[in-house]
Design a protein around this ligand. Sequence first.
Ligand SMILES: O=P(O)(O)OC[C@H]1O[C@H](OP(=O)(O)OP(=O)(O)O)[C@H](O)[C@@H]1O
Ligand SMILES: Nc1nc2[nH]cnc2c(=O)[nH]1
Length: 189
Amino acid sequence: MLEEVIKSLEASPIVKKGDYNYFVNPISDGVPAMDPLLLRELALAVHKYADLNIDKIVAVEAMGIHLATALSLATDIPFVVIRKRQYGLPGETEVYQKTGYGSSNLYVNDLHEGEKILLIDDVVSTGGTLVALIKTLEDMGLDLKSVVAIIDKGDGKKIVKKETGVDVLSIVKLDVIDGKVVIESTIED
Ligand SMILES: O=P(O)(O)OC[C@H]1O[C@H](OP(=O)(O)OP(=O)(O)O)[C@H](O)[C@@H]1O
Ligand SMILES: Nc1nc2[nH]cnc2c(=O)[nH]1
């Protein structure tokens, strides 16, 4: 079921961001172009393995948005985006996000105490983004039924588990070794 996903990830070029080995892929960058077959494989895999007894899908800007959109169309569940833009709307919550190569603020809107959600992002790597978001969303009283990071890079998922106790659902586990993406396992193994 994940043939296109694996083929595409193994072909990812690596670029340096300082010391950080950053793979470039349609799933996580929209570059090169995303083959709809690949997007469909991802949506089907999340549909199959995630808890979809939820009120909302919650996407992290930018590269969670297309994933949330595909899942929303497949399930008829609405989605909301955690943005990098501040709106200043009532109840807006700011979250500081630090990755292996940068940082920014994220802004949570239209999520309310007691709602059941699925949080989705493309990659977990240092865990900085998901750890900060999980802590904030739990503090807000949200019920995180599933936390999805399509790609678990390095120790990403392990770090999130250690810092928050949450099991991230990932579809592919990979690492960058000697300048290449190496797939270590998939959810189908
Ligand atoms: O586990 P971490 O080290 O936090 O890395 C994961 C985060 O890095 C990327 O976001 P980025 O901030 O680069 O934004 P983008 O989605 O706009 O590309 C990715 O989309 C995740 O949100
Ligand atoms: N595309 C991409 N996104 C990331 N987010 C965190 N690490 C990475 C990476 O290596 N590549």
